[in-house]
Design a protein around this ligand. Structure first.
Ligand SMILES: [Zn+2]
Length: 272
């Protein structure tokens, strides 16, 4: 499965600067060949549900997390009330950052220092992840992008990232992302507001700072956990996109249905 073509990278990039860096790319022109490294580089290649797994790590060590991805799919469908595509996703699991870098460098040079990468082609979805202490979180983050990109014709950048930050956690965490929650509560108690239209201005993931990821996650968490009303509004917004209709800017949509959303969200986190 060697391939030698270069990828035409031209679209959205997902970049965050701390604590981990991620990249999601949508490729608009792509080689026909599947971008897997030389077959000899993989310890095993096999199919698990809708995933084609290419791993440099012992399959026994990765298999539990890979199996949990089918539950992740159901969790996303149940939470968002949208139907996810069953399109095949190629999972490329690297044994070290060096192996990942060697593979990614000729294809997506800007992604070489990151632990995970999602790439979308016209007919394929690839998730690249380094096997390290946070690999399952990174895997779930990027596979969430893969599910959403396969199932929705478009998605605002901040919302794409907010949803990935929400679903990257094990289901038992119920969406509470501890890397953001403490800091967010303090900001709310200091009467610093939650941004709305500023998030919607973000066009490129290179623009997204860690605070933007935190605030994107915060809006997703608030909508899904504050009340039935806010949850339904988020679900309706995504369903509208899935029907290939244009719902307009999210915060205008949210506040049209729930005028006190911003004040309620800030109060929600202040009293958390
Ligand atoms: Zn991401």
């Amino acid at each position: 499965m060697a391939e030698s073509t270069s990828w035409g990278v031209n679209a959205r990039q997902c970049l965050r600067t701390a604590p981990l860096l991620f990249l999601a790319l949508v490729l608009q022109s792509l080689p026909v060949s599947t971008p897997t490294a030389n077959a000899a580089d993989w310890q095993a290649e096999y199919v698990e549900g809708q995933f084609r797994v290419h791993t440099q790590v012992d399959p026994d060590r990765i298999q539990p997390a890979v199996r949990r991805l089918s539950r992740l799919q159901k969790q996303i469908e149940e939470s968002l009330q949208i139907e996810l595509s069953d399109q095949t996703v190629d999972l490329l699991i690297f044994s070290s950052q060096r192996q990942y870098r060697d593979y990614v460098a000729p294809r997506v040079p800007e992604a070489v220092n990151r632990p995970a990468l999602f790439v979308k082609g016209p007919d394929a979805l690839w998730v690249h992840v380094v096997y390290d202490n946070s690999w399952e979180t990174n895997l779930r983050h990027e596979v969430t992008h893969a599910f959403l990109h396969a199932s929705l014709p478009f998605l605002p950048l901040w919302l794409d990232e907010g949803l990935a930050e929400y679903f990257e956690l094990p289901e038992s965490a119920k969406g509470v992302n501890r890397k953001y929650s403490g800091n967010l509560v303090w900001r709310m108690r200091l009467r610093r507001g939650l941004p709305t239209s500023d998030l919607e201005q973000l066009q490129s993931l290179t623009e997204m700072r860690p605070d933007d990821y935190r605030d994107s996650w915060a809006w997703v968490y608030f909508c899904l956990h504050s009340s039935n009303e806010t949850r339904t509004l988020l679900q309706n917004y995504l369903q509208t996109i899935q029907r290939e209709e244009v719902p307009g800017a999210f915060f205008r949509y949210l506040t049209a249905g729930y005028p006190s959303a911003v004040v309620t969200a800030e109060r929600f986190y202040r009293s958390w």
